[in-house]
Design a protein around this ligand. Structure first.
Ligand SMILES: [Zn+2]
Length: 272
């Protein structure tokens, strides 16, 4: 091989190698979505606190989760890796795109039902926080004809109505497991939620959505408490005087101090 031919072969091999490397990068870029950017530590701390508060208040147990939309990119959201909610720390928070694909999994397991979050964020630009729980007192209202309506002042937000989503409405064999295991099932749930704040998942649990962690965590807690109180009222028998839509609207215009509850719950959740 002459010097000139050897040089040409070397150049050809280099170009071939560079193309392979470039292709690999392209594939990697397609499979792993780009990050929405760095997030302030306080966002991660508050999200970890939300997990612990919801666990402490009996809304989520070993399962259930809460997410926040990425503050710097509306097409990303943040939620914990698959971990018992009472154990979540800021280091456990992962980032996802709205197809619920992790940005940088690094071997960490994602929760099975993350598609609930991604599909609700897609459908509801106004929603900044999503809570999914199997809060036990709410379940009876997902399997009977008795609607979940507000009976006390901390749950007036339920006045607009609480739709029930049934996994059997989805034409996907995976929906038979009751869990929201893919985007198709998540999209169906998001459609059932519509413009409401709370939706029930038949024989499974509920979702609560809202504008920030303080309000949404509080409303998830009071959805469970309202269900308990309504079950008690129903057991007494006779007609029930529900919170009226007019009262619900009046409270909406004059919201209480959400920060007070949040500060207390956060301190308690960390044993302070
Ligand atoms: Zn679930």
């Amino acid at each position: 091989m002459t010097h000139r031919v050897r040089l040409l072969v070397t150049v050809a091999l280099f170009i071939g190698f560079a193309t392979v490397v470039q292709d690999r990068h392209t594939v990697a870029a397609q499979t792993a979505p780009a990050s929405g950017g760095a997030v302030a530590p306080s966002v991660l701390e508050d999200l970890a606190a939300a997990y612990r508060i919801l666990a402490m208040e009996g809304v989520i147990d070993a399962y259930g989760h809460v997410s926040v939309r990425h503050p710097g990119n509306p097409n990303r959201f943040l939620m914990s890796r698959s971990l018992g909610p009472a154990l979540v720390t800021p280091a456990d928070i992962m980032e996802y795109d709205l197809d619920s694909t992790p940005v940088d999994p690094r071997g960490r397991n994602s929760v099975l039902e993350r598609f609930i979050h991604g599909e609700i964020y897609k459908a509801r630009p106004d929603v900044m926080v999503v809570v999914h729980s199997h809060a036990p007192s709410v379940i009876p209202f997902s399997v009977t004809q008795v609607p979940l309506r507000p009976v006390f002042h901390m749950a007036t937000f339920l006045y607009t109505g609480v739709p029930i989503w049934d996994s059997r409405s989805v034409n996907d064999p995976m929906a038979q497991t009751l869990l929201v295991r893919n985007n198709l099932i998540g999209k169906s749930l998001a459609a059932a939620l519509g413009n409401k704040e709370v939706a029930l998942l038949r024989g499974h649990g509920n979702v609560v959505v809202g504008p920030n962690l303080q309000v949404t965590v509080r409303d998830a807690i009071y959805t469970e408490i309202n269900a308990k109180l309504l079950l008690a009222a129903l057991s007494l028998g006779g007609p029930i005087t529900y919170i009226s839509p007019e009262e619900g609207m009046a409270v909406e215009k004059n919201p209480g101090d959400t920060q007070r509850g949040w500060d207390l719950w956060k301190r308690k959740a960390y044993g302070q």
